[in-house]
Design a protein. Structure first.
Length: 279
């Protein structure tokens, strides 16, 4: 075994001992984390505070990041666990041998395989997990498809639904809109806005948007409203994003990309209860 292979084996063994690839919800630890690699294969190391879990999610490519935002928006998704390990290592080695496929390795030392997302769905029949591996079509090389076949067999034997998600299966417009409001999900992202302020202003701000009915550009309307209500610049825009991200207000998410230079029509989606919103 080479020194490089030995280091990788020890490193992955330490990941397992530290609890990586284990837990659910906020307690889950991705097996591979953004800081483990100085440069991701596509230069897309991303850390995102999860809407479903409240923990930091680690994505290693642009397409993983986009799919994460898509899953965050779906009401039926209750947990998202990225960089999920295929353990024990001996099992994937066995499957690779059965298929006649060379197992992932470093200098002939087999390494733990991971898949992009293990997603928990709440359905009418109850909770179930599915596996989604994300890859653009242009990168589905013969070798990549071989490795995906190991994944497919591994999860099929466990009775878990598995499939590849290519870029054409990710709703681009919806994802762009979720990305636009993503940082406003939590109020701590904006020091000038707190729960009391949102509660006091949300009805009045909604009336501003309803009265305008999509005639004024989003930026002009928000800047004007900040001035009229003597709010710090950016307050109205952030509250709008917060209300949309938390689905108190709604909009048509999958037809037009939100542009601050254009008007936006919003509608009330669900009531905002003071008792539940203000702890």
């Amino acid at each position: 075994m080479s020194k490089r292979g030995e280091r990788k084996k020890v490193l992955q063994s330490n990941y397992i001992k530290k609890g990586r690839g284990q837990g659910v919800g906020e307690n889950y630890q991705p097996f591979i984390q953004a800081h483990d690699n100085k440069i991701a294969s596509e230069g897309w190391l991303t850390r995102h505070k999860g809407w479903k879990t409240g923990r930091i999610h680690h994505t290693l490519s642009e397409h993983e990041r986009k799919y994460l935002y898509y899953c965050e928006w779906l009401d039926g998704v209750t947990d998202i666990r990225e960089q999920w390990p295929l353990l024990p290592l001996e099992k994937t080695i066995e499957i690779a041998e059965q298929l006649g496929i060379k197992h992932p390795h470093i200098d002939s030392t087999p390494v733990v395989m991971t898949t992009d997302f293990r997603i928990t769905l709440q359905t009418k029949e109850g909770s179930r997990d599915v596996i989604r591996t994300i890859k653009p079509r242009e990168k589905l090389s013969d070798r990549t498809l071989e490795l995906f076949e190991i994944e497919r067999v591994y999860f099929t034997e466990q009775g878990i639904d598995w499939c590849i998600v290519t870029e054409d299966k990710i709703p681009h417009i919806l994802v762009k809109n979720v990305e636009w409001m993503a940082n406003a999900k939590y109020l701590d992202a904006q020091p000038i806005v707190n729960e009391e302020l949102v509660w006091l202003l949300h009805d009045d701000l909604y009336e501003v948007f309803a009265k305008d009915a999509g005639r004024t550009s989003l930026m002009n309307l928000c800047v004007r409203t900040d001035h009229e209500y003597r709010l710090q610049k950016g307050t109205c825009l952030f509250i709008l994003q917060h209300m949309l991200a938390n689905k108190f207000w709604g909009m048509v998410m999958n037809k037009h990309i939100i542009r601050e230079s254009e008007p936006l029509i919003v509608f009330k989606n669900k009531p905002m209860q003071r008792s539940s919103y203000l702890a």
